[in-house]
Design a protein around this ligand. Sequence first.
Ligand SMILES: Nc1ncnc2c1ncn2[C@@H]1O[C@H](COP(=O)(O)OP(=O)(O)OP(=O)(O)O)[C@@H](O)[C@H]1O
Length: 463
Amino acid sequence: MVSFKDSQTSLNSAIEFGELAIIGRHFKHGKGEDFEEITAPESMQSIVIEKDKQLTIGRSESNSLIIDHTAVSSVHCRVWAIQFDENSIPLVYIKDTSLNGTFVNKEKISKNQTYLLNHGDVITIKFGVSLKFLSVLGADELSYGRSLIQTDKIQTQFAKWVVKERVLGNGTFGNVFVCQQSATKKLCAVKIIKSTADSVSFESKVLSKLSHPNIIKVYESHIINSRLYIFEDLICGGDLFSYLADGDALTSIPEFESLIITFQISQALEYLHSQNIAHRDLKLDNILLEAPQPFTRIVLADFGIARTVSDSREKRRMFTTVGTPEYCAPEVGFEYSKTPHHLRAKLFKNPPVNPGYDTKCDIWSLGVISHIMLSGISPFYGDGDEFSIVRNAKLGRLQLHSKQWDGVSDNAKDFIQCLLYVDIEKRYDVGKCLQHPWIKKHEVELKKTYLKILSESCFSIQE
Ligand SMILES: Nc1ncnc2c1ncn2[C@@H]1O[C@H](COP(=O)(O)OP(=O)(O)OP(=O)(O)O)[C@@H](O)[C@H]1O
């Protein structure tokens, strides 16, 4: 009735983040149901949760744990672990994809909802097995968050929210914690930023007024004791950088998967740019996935340096050099001087010589991201120091004929070229990107896939 795939029982070299231990089974008993504790054979007592590998539980042969019962869906639920960096505590999520439901501690998870597992949680597949989640750190998985809350004197109780002792990630300006919406019990994220300078206020002021499936949803924000708390949706699949990472290198993904991600980012940019907002820091790390799998909803996050540009065409310019050189358009103004401090917050003093830049800076970044997805190569990275990255970007030479591009269509290559023109006039805007043959040729399939992604996403459930 219950079986494991062989690969799940011999994982000695993998990084383990926890396990799901079989503790019993559920069965039909007359009109009701019953539960009995079971001791599975030794080789089948637990299923290991490892880094970068999604586990599936269900009826079909392809699952990591197969439960052969008609009440169990073909893929009933998925389990995966996310770790922000190698020093942070992994988060293990479960997503229900079943007809009859997946239960955690006897509560049903809504279909397509994702739940963050805590050490000791019991997962029940009705008329299948019950599994206990054992975190690799045991009950200690909360200690890091708890100590941060204490040392940073973080407020945990709000009228509508409770901040949890789970850390999602750390940024330059602060930390991101899991929190819970008191009324609905829904898990969300709260970004807690130490500084309340103007540079971070965009996230709290403007983002809460935006509504787009591919842009992080911000509910509200509060400033308490010089800390800005931004309550937003929890996006559970990690970032695109981790998704593409393979050891120390990045890998390419299939062309249609790259296309659907590019399409979703373009949708978000079309919305942002139509409101005269530039993100200014688009990069793999700031693109979050709802689940670490192909054809999932992607969400633009980290609007810490985003800016609203003027409505007037003449004034639609920005002059501050910000962003990340690897993804940054040449006109943004990073310089290839060997002096590193030049590379941050450099103000253009003389606008007629340096005309500044506009929202097309995001298009360049999208070009870099799509280039990486299609080939596994960052186009201007060179030997990796900022000097060569900035110089290469200013030259704008692309090598779209190396072996990494074998099998990539000419349309995809042309799309990349159109986004990475150093000449801003020649570079496409987002409207033209969406009209490019790479997208137009697949428009019907793309729209169908996009609608399916949204209909299966928590975004559509909340709206
Ligand atoms: N809403 C969210 N849901 C899930 N994870 C999130 C969310 N927001 C941020 N994170 C995680 O926390 C990490 C830090 O996020 P944050 O936006 O504060 O950092 P950052 O500003 O990108 O860092 P830096 O400024 O150094 O680039 C992200 O990389 C991401 O992994």
